[in-house]
Design a binder for this molecule. Structure first.
Ligand code: KG4
Ligand code: ZN
Length: 346
């Protein structure tokens, strides 16, 4: 759709796109030309948020306001690009914290309006799915994606660049959320994922924990039973006056939480006859998961396109990558685009 604020004609070659992300505690900006990443900047308020054991929305919004101008300026400078050269600005409009989203979205609107270029509102989850496009320039649908972040856990079949089939998802907590909650039980800092991974390296997966929805449940997942089992294990040990071996708990939880993701992703690819697997979301930064998914795909004869770790956790490169998909489809946004706290998986 063409809107009156868009004055600039589409370029003959690959478009130059600025991506902006501010849905949670990361203020990020990146520039791409086609699928080539020219710059990738990030400022995080995670260390401040860690003092509170989680993200405080008001603190996140203020941190974005402080950082966004500088982060965007750095992204343009490191890409060697003047803002007037941009062909579009892609920005996360949801899901996320409303106040945080509005900082990036309003900033992007100012850019789009002043430069007369398309504003492209990006669904954060679609961004996580698009991260794989930056990893391998030859990647084309169809492919099967394991999505595992702080808010979502799902297996998604990308049929075409803008056509998706959600095969299954979590019935309760997301995988990342489970890592964060278990970390809290073990008195490990926020965000829990990397700390559980580090603790697990020192331990053994020798505690029996429920392997949720293993055979049944199709491609769905459930983490609440696993989380409760970890809490019960710790409480029972404390009541007996025994010391909880954090490393063993971390290793056992990590295996129980992640093995099932690998298993079901490979099954889904086989069932749908898809030969390529990709992954996205913060939990995909986990080394144990990356190793096991790589091995399982190799054994099954599937090609795996795994984004580098920094493109698994929140970043703007993936938002620019999804912006390119929408740019090519001509899906531009009005300047009245509002932020959304949640967007259903579809
Ligand atoms: O994608 P993301 O950065 O933000 C959301 O869109 O939610 O994902 C954040 C989640 C957090 O729950 C964090 O604990 C988890 O990803 N995470 C990890 C690892 N790094 C981040 N989980 C397991 N292992 C990791 N290494
Ligand atoms: Zn995310």
């Amino acid at each position: 759709m063409q809107y009156p604020y868009i004055k600039k004609a589409a370029p003959k070659g690959e478009p130059l796109i600025l991506g902006i992300e501010s849905s949670c505690d990361e203020t990020a900006a990146a520039v791409i030309r086609g699928r080539t990443l020219l710059s990738d900047e990030i400022a995080s308020s995670a260390s401040v948020q860690a003092l509170y054991g989680g993200v405080v929305p008001e603190i996140a919004s203020r941190a974005h306001t402080d950082a966004v101008d500088l982060v965007v300026a750095r992204a343009l400078e490191n890409a060697g690009v003047k803002k007037e050269q941009l062909d579009a600005v892609a920005v996360t409009y949801g899901a996320g914290l409303l106040g945080a989203l509005l900082v990036g979205l309003s900033f992007a609107k100012g850019f789009a309006y002043a430069l007369g270029i398309p504003l492209i509102g990006v669904d954060h989850i679609r961004g996580h799915l698009a991260a794989a496009y930056l990893e391998d320039e030859t990647l084309r649908p169809p492919f099967m994606t394991l999505l595992a972040s702080g808010g979502h856990t799902a297996i998604i079949h990308t049929v075409a660049e803008t056509q998706f089939e959600v095969l299954g998802g979590t019935l309760d907590d997301a995988a990342g959320e489970a890592f964060d909650k278990v970390a809290r039980v073990l008195s490990l800092p926020y965000p829990g994922g990397p700390h559980i991974e580090a603790a697990a390296r020192e331990g053994k997966a020798n505690i029996r924990l429920p392997r949720m929805l293993k055979g049944e449940g199709g491609y769905n997942f459930s983490y609440s039973g696993l989380k409760t089992a970890v809490i019960n294990h710790c409480h029972t040990a404390q009541q007996r006056g025994e010391e909880v071996n954090k490393a063993d708990v971390a290793a056992s939880f990590q295996a129980a939480a992640l093995d099932i993701l690998v298993k079901k992703t490979v099954e889904a690819a086989k069932e749908k006859g898809v030969s390529t697997v990709t992954a996205g979301g913060g939990v995909i930064a986990n080394g144990y998961l990356r190793e096991n998914l790589s091995r399982a795909c190799e054994e099954a004869g599937l090609r795996l396109v795994l984004p580098v770790r920094k493109h698994c956790t929140d970043n703007a490169a993936m938002i620019a990558a999804e912006g390119l998909v929408q740019y090519r489809a001509g899906n531009f946004s009005p300047l009245s685009l509002n932020a959304r706290a949640s967007i259903p998986l579809r």
